[in-house]
Design a protein around this ligand. Structure first.
Ligand code: PGA
Length: 254
């Protein structure tokens, strides 16, 4: 049985102090626990340590994730963050292949695949993003496009514990636009992702991998997505920047 997951992607928002405050607010909102739901917050890299301290001090029921990593272990890669650096500040998860990184920073499926491997070697759970543009969707090629991303992103991965590899399907046209995919749109693609995972890893492993929906997910629409057979949670951008709205989404998933 897959545990639901609600993950917040703060993107490039919240200074150190603001991030600490948001984490404290969320710890307070969720002080009665999150039931069977895994909750993760992904602050900017420079906020990770501060949020880790809040989690520790308040015994908060959520995990910590980064938004990016580099796939080399160390060395002359100015501006990048190594996997053991994330590990050292207590990050349990890391988003990879977000469409903003693919679109603005040229991240490729090959990079995403390398990042997944290095994270897993360090015991950090990848939240590996995929999703099609509006153009691809309008051409009716979205399923094909995302299945191809999944094949490339998972190439050669050894998944021994399927709860430690997470996928997020985020149609690019629905991110930050207020345009949400319908729950049926999400199920169509996420169902196809699951079928592809069955082909690659076998049914038992594929059935254990969480696949989240992302793209204008909000307190008032998240329950509809979660009703769908293959949708195991949400990756939340805008609505994760306020403790009350993010906590409401966690509660809707409980
Ligand atoms: P959004 O972002 O919820 O603001 O649409 C989701 C994401 O990009 O992860």
């Amino acid at each position: 049985m897959r545990k639901r997951m609600i993950a917040g992607n703060w993107k490039m928002n919240k200074t150190y102090g603001e991030g600490v405050e948001l984490a404290q607010g969320l710890a307070d909102e969720l002080k009665d626990g999150t039931g069977d739901v895994d909750v993760v917050v992904c602050p900017p890299a420079v906020d990770l340590k501060g949020v880790a301290e809040v989690i520790e001090q308040t015994q908060a029921p959520f995990g910590l994730g980064a938004q990016n990593v580099y796939y080399e272990e160390s060395g002359a890669y100015t501006g990048e963050t190594a996997p053991n650096m994330l590990e050292a500040v207590g990050a349990d998860y890391c988003i990879i292949g977000h469409s903003e990184r693919r679109g603005y920073f040229g991240e490729t499926d090959e990079d995403v695949n390398k990042k997944a491997k290095v994270l897993m070697a360090h015991g950090i759970v990848p939240i590996s993003c995929c999703g099609e543009s509006l153009e691809v969707r309008e051409a009716g090629k979205h399923v094909e496009f995302v299945v191809d991303q999944i094949k490339k992103d998972t190439e050669g991965l050894e998944i021994t514990d399927p709860s430690k590899y997470v996928i997020a399907y985020e149609p690019i046209w629905a991110i930050g636009t207020g345009k949400t995919a319908t729950a049926d749109d999400a199920q169509e693609v996420i169902g196809a992702i699951r079928a592809t995972l069955v082909e690659i890893f076998g049914k038992e492993t594929a059935d254990g991998i969480r696949i989240l929906y992302g793209g204008s997910a909000k307190p008032n629409n998240v329950a509809g997505f979660l009703e769908k057979e293959d949708v195991d949670g949400a990756l939340v951008g805008g609505a994760s920047l306020k403790a009350d709205s993010f906590a409401a989404m966690v509660k809707a998933a409980m």
